[in-house]
Design a protein around this ligand. Structure first.
Ligand code: DMJ
Length: 653
């Protein structure tokens, strides 16, 4: 969980593509294929020109020769290497390095004439060859030429498939429990569950109709949308992010459509600079969850291809990855706004779950090693007051500004320490210890009670506590509840209580608005409690964190108020964020006439609607004893055999 998704992005104009022509979804392939067509046409044309030009050029006209000689006296002429033909236009030889020929001297002139003759022979041979090729081509019918072009196209496709189809080892699939329809049993809850499914249909159908293949949907403009976290490529972020929600809800036709798009179009060899964190949690997480739920190999293959593409981001002096990487060139860099060129804690600290699964599925320890290296490095570092600052410079290995947050820039780092322990079937005790220590420091320095008794988590900024809590921070209620079992000194009750208090505060942040959905950040200053003051903190962009906490609290306590609060939120979203073309974020939750930001975030389908659906489902749908949800709500199975496959494997130590 991190806020960069929110940072201002330069919107890029994306060409509208027709869903009816599958080839148009391969921007990269399309370029390759068009190139080969153009190349053949160009070949034919150049052969004709060559024919005419050759006729004039090779006439035994001495005046022309003289002019040629003169021209060569003081210019660069191609240095003709043995066996290295010049290009068709006679110029490519220049690339091999030219020699400067100065006039004068009989011997030199002889040599010069020989060279010239040799050059001329080569040009002639080359032209003759071109002529033959052109004649051959012209003998062919239009259909034959077309067929040849098609063969060439198929060859390019095959090549790409081969590259993509690297065989992965067969590994035992962890026990997959609780993939069912989660029927809640009672008609009232069933009706609510159905309503959430209907909302998902509305979000998906509109994306399908207006923005298919684009990263996200602009529900008012009814066209595609993207942000800088996905680079300038159409990677179908909403499709990948939504797949497992579709599957869980039993929307199998929609799931199949998404799978087909991924199979045919999702290509990571694109020249796009993407956020390593976002691509990891949304794409690798989404593909892995879709794989485990459906068993469809294609998702595993695509996840493996993408994971490999992220590896170059770790090529820094410390092994702390860059925030962004170019999927094609592998060049990485950090966000310009981050303190002193730093990488962000919540970004490089939110790779563990997916990377452990990647090592498990590919049999390649590299992913596990990379994330373990990050952990070891963090363990060795001094921490001001036991807190982890949000910024770490990947060149120097030093902290940037001493800001600590359980919201944006810090959040999911803590979440992944806990979940690393959970996904290892509670054997990764090192991760659990780091989590416990971090939470202790957070409780001591960041968690406070407001004047009226609301528990909140503030932000630490250079030795000062800012009494402000972000919507993102609200996920922590669920995290405390999830981590309660296994906490040191048997403080399970305490952490469950803390989770409940955070849930209550976050509910208040919703309840104190006009539209009954919560603002991006809210204060606890003086008389102001759980309310946003600044205009630029009053927006709601369909975020999931508050509902996420309701769901965890529901699973652990079965207190009906969590279903009640979740239903209030669902109704508010349906009433105020729903538009004809999907769901949109709103700019001011305190204004009775909502204005829209015109973005349907992919995490709305991945997380918000999934957590709502789970809240109104029975507990045996994806039980938490078997599944760990990544920070984008993609369920990954607990690796019970991980001792033998990961930490017990000598290759990984
Ligand atoms: C999601 O992409 C993830 O939850 C991430 O960890 C934080 N931000 C968004 C949702 O708000």
């Amino acid at each position: 969980m991190s806020s960069p998704a929110l940072l201002p992005v330069s919107s890029r104009r994306l060409a509208a593509l027709s869903p009816s022509s599958p080839a148009s979804f391969y921007p990269h392939h399309r370029a390759t294929l068009r190139l080969s067509e153009k190349f053949i046409l160009l070949l034919i044309l150049s052969a004709f020109i060559t024919l005419c030009f050759g006729a004039i050029f090779f006439l035994p006209d001495s005046s022309k020769h003289r002019r040629f000689d003169l021209g060569l006296q003081d210019v660069l002429i191609p240095h003709v290497e043995q066996g290295r033909p010049a290009g068709r236009d006679g110029s490519a030889g220049l690339q091999g390095g030219g020699v400067m020929v100065h006039g004068g001297g009989e011997e030199h002139q002889h040599r010069h004439r020989d060279e010239e003759e040799q050059l001329r022979k080569m040009i002639r041979a080359d032209h003759e060859r071109a002529l033959e090729e052109a004649k051959e081509k012209l003998k062919k019918s239009k259909d034959q030429i077309r067929a040849e072009i098609q063969t060439e196209k198929n060859r390019v496709k095959q090549d790409m498939k081969k590259r993509e189809g690297k065989q992965l080892p067969h590994v035992p699939i962890p026990k997959l429990v609780g993939i069912n329809n989660g029927d809640p049993g009672d008609p009232d809850t069933r009706e609510k569950q159905e309503k959430i499914k209907e909302m998902m249909k509305h979000a998906w159908d509109n994306y399908r109709q207006y923005a298919w293949g684009h990263n996200e949907l602009k529900p008012l403009s009814r066209k595609g949308h993207t942000t800088n976290i996905f680079g300038n490529s159409q990677l179908g972020a909403t499709i990948v992010d939504a797949l497992d929600t579709l599957y869980i809800m039993g929307l199998f036709d929609e799931f199949r459509d998404g799978k087909e798009w991924i199979e045919k179009n999702l290509d990571f060899s694109v020249n796009a600079e993407v956020s390593v964190f976002e691509v990891n949690i949304r794409f690798i997480g989404g593909l892995l969850a879709a794989y485990y739920l459906s068993g469809e190999e294609v998702f595993k293959q695509k996840a493996a291809q993408l994971a490999e593409k992220l590896l170059p981001s770790f090529n820094t002096p410390t092994g702390i990855p860059w925030a962004m990487v170019n999927l094609k060139s592998g060049v990485g860099r950090n966000w310009g706004w981050a303190s002193a060129g730093s990488s962000i804690l919540s970004e490089f600290g939110t790779l563990h779950l997916e990377f452990v699964h990647m090592s498990y599925l590919t049999g390649d320890p590299i992913y596990y090693k990379k994330v373990l290296h990050i952990r070891k490095l963090l363990q060795k570092m001094d921490r001001p007051n036991g807190l982890y600052p949000n910024y770490l410079n990947p060149r120097t290995g030093r902290w940037g500004q001493h800001h600590t947050s359980v919201g944006g820039l810090g959040d999911s780092f803590y979440e992944y320490l806990l979940k690393a322990w959970l996904v290892s079937d509670k054997t990764d005790t090192e991760a659990r210890k780091m989590y416990d220590d971090a939470i202790q420091a957070i409780e001591k320095h960041l968690i406070r009670k407001s004047n009226t008794g609301l528990t909140f988590i503030g932000e630490w900024k250079n030795g000062h506590l800012e009494r402000k809590m972000g919507h993102l921070t609200c996920f922590a209620g669920g995290m405390f509840a999830l981590g309660a079992d296994g906490s040191p000194d048997d403080k399970a009750g305490h952490y469950l209580q803390l989770g409940a208090e955070i849930a209550h505060t976050c509910h208040q942040s919703y309840d104190r608005t006009v539209l009954k959905v919560g603002p991006e950040a809210f204060k606890f200053d003086g008389g102001t409690e759980a309310v946003a003051l600044r205009q630029n903190e009053k927006y709601y962009i369909l975020r999931p964190e508050v509902i996420e906490t309701y769901w965890y609290m529901w699973r652990f306590t079965h207190d009906p108020k969590y279903r009640q609060w979740g239903w209030e939120a669902a109704q508010a979203i349906d009433k105020y964020c729903r538009v004809i073309g999907g769901f949109s974020g709103i700019k001011d939750v305190y204004s009775s006439s909502p204005t829209y930001d015109d973005v349907q975030q992919s995490f709305f389908l991945a997380e918000t609607l999934k957590y709502l659906y789970l809240l109104f489902s029975s507990d045996d749908l994806l039980p938490l004893d078997y599944w760990v949800f990544n920070t984008e709500a993609h369920p990954l199975p607990i690796l019970r055999s991980m001792n033998t496959t990961l930490s017990g494997n000598v290759a990984l130590q």
